[in-house]
Ligand binder design. Structure first.
Ligand SMILES: Cc1cc2nc3c(=O)[nH]c(=O)nc-3n(C[C@H](O)[C@H](O)[C@H](O)COP(=O)(O)O)c2cc1C
Length: 303
């Protein structure tokens, strides 16, 4: 019998698949449905200090190989969302709350509001490509990454994963800053900036003009980032970017990921995908004679 449970720091997952942030992860009512569909856990939509409506439509456009989105981090704010989670004390599943903020003080307040909720870990979103002051700008600067990561580590004992952008010359430098500040894992990666033009009007389709590219087109970039990070870090890596099939998940494990997140593929297909990916991973490990994922994590590094 193959065991595909994994531990990312002290967070235990029955299987190594997680719902990526921003995809269905806003209401506790949908969380159980996602878990029942086979996901090992959930990363919520990114939550900030104050409620935010996000950008005007169009916020999402399909492109070859995925989507371009510029939602503008819409969310109900930490007070309302933590209250909703507190009331959902029946939730018995790994919930990772994604947070964003522009200063250590702001992040400390946000995290404080989730400490007595069923939230089991945090993911710090330092990598949104279409918002000012809280996304890629801070996530590209190792010193800011260090300060913002430290702020959460000082406030909470729950595991903290830092989600990095692929849009930097040296992803290792950014992830190392997070590791040095006490991060318990790195999520690699968030989307990359892109643009699509409407030929009829000669203007960008997205209201925000620029959006983040996700889906299969992003996968080779994400695989390269996880590969580079695995060689340089001592903390686990969660792969994210274009996972659509169990083969994609295996590829992420081979370059060094301990778990994977699935976003665009869930949005464009169905929650059934989680079970398909999990079944595929188990079958693959059985056929190759492995008892667990340890047998394949990082094997792409061997020469
Ligand atoms: C519609 C949409 C909304 C997203 N919202 C967030 C978000 O709130 N926070 C975040 O960290 N990432 C967000 N992301 C990025 C995803 O979590 C993920 O990093 C990215 O889409 C790559 O994975 P995928 O190719 O499996 O979608 C969003 C992506 C999409 C498509």
């Amino acid at each position: 019998m193959v065991d595909i449970s994994v531990a990312i720091s002290s967070l235990k997952l029955e299987n190594p698949t997680l719902l990526a942030s921003g995809i269905l992860g806003i209401s506790p009512k949908t969380f159980m449905r996602i878990k029942k569909s086979g996901a090992g856990g959930i990363v919520t939509k990114s939550i900030g200090l104050e409620p935010n409506d996000g950008y005007s439509a169009p916020t999402l456009v399909e492109v070859e190989g995925g989507y371009l989105n510029a939602m503008g981090l819409p969310n109900p704010g930490c007070e309302a969302f933590s209250e909703e989670l507190r009331e959902a004390d029946w939730l018995d599943m790994p919930i990772i709350v994604s947070v964003f903020g522009s200063s250590p003080e702001e992040l400390a307040k946000i995290v404080d509001s989730f400490e007595d909720t069923p939230c089991q870990a945090y993911e710090l979103n330092l990598s949104c490509p279409h918002v000012s002051n809280v996304g890629v700008e801070v996530g590209s600067d190792p010193r800011s990454v260090y300060e913002l990561t430290s702020a959460i580590k000082q406030k909470s004992k729950k595991p903290l994963f830092v989600k990095v952008t692929p849009m930097v010359p040296d992803v290792i430098e950014i992830a190392k800053a997070a590791e040095e500040a006490g991060a318990d894992g790195i999520t690699a990666v968030n989307t990359m900036k892109g643009m699509v033009i409407d030929l009829k009007i000669g203007r960008p389709i997205l209201h925000n003009r620029v959006g983040g590219l996700s889906g299969p087109a992003l996968k080779p970039v994400a695989i390269r980032c996880v590969y580079e990070l695995y060689k340089s870090l001592n903390i686990p890596i969660i792969g994210c970017g274009g996972v659509t099939t169990w083969e994609d998940a295996i590829e992420f494990f081979m370059v060094g990921a301990t778990a994977v997140q699935v976003g665009t593929a869930i949005a464009s297909r169905d929650l059934i995908l989680f079970q398909e990916i999990v079944d595929g991973i188990i079958k693959y490990l059985e056929e190759k004679g492995h008892d667990d994922l340890k047998g394949i994590i990082g094997i792409a590094h061997k020469r």
